[in-house]
Design a protein around this ligand. Structure first.
Ligand code: SF4
Length: 71
């Protein structure tokens, strides 16, 4: 499974880091960062995971839906 962050449209609300601090952290530029994710270019990041864990809550709570989950 993959977690995908379309960071270009992140508005930096902090919700993902609040509900899923294991995988999400707010960056110095005010946007969130998906920890240990691969940089795909174009402000897109991807993380391979064996379990979705709290990333589901992060995806559900993101107000601009810039967190995707591929199963
Ligand atoms: S919940 Fe969405 S908009 Fe808010 S910081 Fe996280 S990725 Fe960005």
């Amino acid at each position: 499974m993959k977690i995908i962050h379309n960071r270009g449209i992140c508005i930096g609300c902090g919700s993902c880091a609040a509900v899923c601090p294991k995988h999400w952290k707010m960056g110095n530029d005010g946007k969130s960062t998906l920890l240990s994710a691969k940089d795909l270019g174009g402000e897109k990041y991807e993380l391979d995971v064996s379990k979705i864990e709290c990333n589901q809550e992060a995806a559900d709570i993101c107000p601009v839906q810039c967190i995707g989950i591929e199963k």
